[in-house]
Design a protein around this ligand. Structure first.
Ligand code: SF4
Ligand code: SF4
Ligand code: FES
Length: 352
């Protein structure tokens, strides 16, 4: 047995009082979970602590909280580990971010997370005609969607999503990972409609800023950002969906920019994304970016010479990479979630 100090963020919106920190000392074996610590504090010293849990085995997704500033499952975080990572030896537990607090550590998942999941039609729209018996699905296809199927809907990725912080309407990492679960499933009849819907939505697949936070946050290795990038690749490359948000053209401009310069030449990126400096679509975008451009010039993050000249030329090595990738008959999608090979007849192993 050892003593652990928990600093819990308390808040009751109905009380009219601001949030505050509340400390409790619990005595448990070090390998016990933060959830067990919270439940001991609730059971022995303060029954009013609001905390949600169910399975206590990292499978129901109920106990999502922030521990020492990072999102995670309280039932899947050992007390000794949490204490080691705490800045002053006191384990800090707060409610998840980007969702309103109902009480203490309980957030309103309905208001944000579930609403977004409902937005993406989270069920299979089956192909017709319905076979007399089961649909036969290639094994590789099911392996391909295993990663997105591993989601337990805990909301940790939603809590940490940087885009959601500035754009609450963003469909978000969990709902978009859920979308891949159906777009990657050959039994689903609505791949193109799903992708077109989320490409044309100004808060859809092209709103993700590629920040990796959801990959870091996810306790189940779903890697929502990777699923979003796969949705983009399928939307752009397989269905040629040229969306009104300029997402597809922006990605294309990015690829061409690196092909030309070897390094990203940012000054060209925006005009190229809109069809070139003098394209009618580019003018309003350039004008609206003037405040950001002026700030960058004032802070010497960019100089007029750097912006107008092309200091880099792509070396031959970069061109060779493009030739190899574009010379392939099929796009290679790496699913790093599954390891193992067919050759030795080994069953695929799901990485933990
Ligand atoms: S990678 Fe995209 S979806 Fe994931 S947290 Fe960052 S902005 Fe959100
Ligand atoms: S993707 Fe991961 S972090 Fe996000 S809800 Fe699912 S299990 Fe939780
Ligand atoms: S209580 Fe079910 S995931 Fe933690």
């Amino acid at each position: 047995m050892a003593e652990f100090k928990l600093r819990i963020r308390r808040y009751d919106p109905e009380s009219g009082k601001p949030p505050y920190w509340d400390e409790h000392t619990v005595e448990l074996e070090p390998h016990r979970s933060v959830l067990e610590g919270l439940l001991q504090a609730k059971g022995t010293t303060d029954g009013s602590i609001g905390v949600r849990c169910s399975c206590r085995a990292a499978i129901c997704g109920s106990c999502g909280v922030r521990i020492n500033g990072r999102p995670g499952l309280a039932c899947h975080t050992h007390l000794d580990d949490a204490q080691y990572r705490a800045k002053d030896g006191v384990i800090e537990v707060e409610p998840m971010g980007n969702m309103p607090v109902i009480k203490d550590l309980i957030v309103d998942m309905d208001a944000v997370h579930w609403k977004k999941v409902q937005r993406v039609t989270p069920w299979l729209i089956n192909k017709e005609p319905v076979p007399e018996r089961e649909y036969i699905v290639p094994r590789e296809s099911m392996i391909d969607v295993t990663q997105s199927m591993a989601c337990i809907q805990c909301g940790a990725c939603v809590s940490d999503c940087l885009t959601l912080e500035v754009d609450p309407l963003f469909v978000g990492p969990a709902a978009l990972a859920k979308t891949y679960r159906f777009v990657g499933d050959p039994r689903d009849a609505a791949h193109e409609q799903r992708l077109k819907d989320l490409a044309e939505d100004p808060h859809g697949i092209y709103s993700c800023t590629h920040c990796f936070q959801c990959i870091e946050a996810c306790p189940k290795g779903v890697a929502p950002m990777s699923q979003i990038m796969r949705l983009r690749r399928i939307a752009g490359s397989d269905f040629a969906i040229n969306d009104r948000n300029n997402g597809y053209r922006h990605e294309h401009a990015y690829v061409e920019n690196i092909r030309r310069n070897g390094l990203l030449h940012e000054a060209d990126l925006l005009p190229d994304s809109y069809g070139g400096k003098f394209h009618p679509r580019a003018v309003p975008a350039l004008l609206s970016s003037l405040p950001a451009i002026s700030k960058a010039l004032l802070r010497r993050k960019v100089t007029p010479a750097k912006a107008l000249l092309h200091p880099h030329k792509a070396p031959d090595g970069v061109k060779r990479i493009y030739d190899i990738v574009e010379g392939r008959d099929e796009r290679i999608e790496l699913n790093l979630y599954i390891t193992g090979t067919d050759e030795d007849n080994a069953e695929p192993v799901v990485a933990s």
